[in-house]
Design a protein around this ligand. Sequence first.
Ligand code: ZN
Length: 333
Amino acid sequence: MIGLEVHAQLTSLKSKLFCSCSADYRRLPPNTSVCPVCLGLPGSLPRLNGRALEEVLKIALALHSDPAHETVFYRKHYFYPDMAKNFQISQYDRGGGVTVAKGGWLDLTLGQFVKRVKIRRVQLEEDVAKIVYPSSLLSSEYVMVDYNRAGVALCEMVTEPDLSSPREARLFIEKYASILDHLGVTDTSLEGSLRVDANISIDGGERVELKNINSPKDVEKALNYEVQRQIMIVERGGKIEMQTRHWDELNRVTVAPRFKEEEEDYRYFPESDLPPIRIEQDFVESLRAALPELPDQRAERFVRQYGLTPYQAGVLVSQKRLADFFEDRLGVA
Ligand SMILES: [Zn+2]
């Protein structure tokens, strides 16, 4: 059983989620797009970037997710150098917390079949600083921190554990990436714009969470590695422990961190510096009416308009760039 948490940077935005620093940090020298708010200096106050809410609502609507009438932000506490204020402003769906949207689905085409993968929630949160390892995750003697990324708007989308193989997980992420590209909210070709946490459990075993994987291909590789690791443990008569592991891209293994992190440790509580955000139904409907053509609709049109098979159309729309290229060439011909 596999469930995914996909973090997508809203790269269409000019500024960060709670301050006016430039969100276009990739071109800038480290630690130059920062201010008291995104550095979390005492006394600074966050202010919501309204466009971020709009972009995340578009994602929710594209996933048939149900927007809330009112949403709130929460502080997720943890002690780690990638967040200078020791908490991340995020959202929470328990204890009275309401995320931007909940429910929904994404249809995956698997050969002849369509598999409906259920969405649990869609939420808005701030990105954290980038930790730069001089060599691999395991062998680095020190790390460097770049706060340019801290405070950049992220959409976190969480699925139900409906996926049943590493391959399905990869296809799901590719399709979701294509939806984000079609919506124009995320340029998924940018390094680190799409990051995935994957939960996986095999028959009767506890859930293992794989953190921060950077590409659909690596999600498949990390999950394949993890399935083998878990099967070996069970075959030797061992038990799978509930834990969080990291994907080491360089060594192609998942590794357990030195400390344990549980949900209770985050001590979520409402972010009192930000008021609840009302989401008007009219506003939602105007966004819904303005949604662009999405991959499923585009695939149907390709079948109708160009006489392609559903399979061919599906391959083309799995990446917006590929589908655009196809239509451009037809225009030229
Ligand atoms: Zn800032």
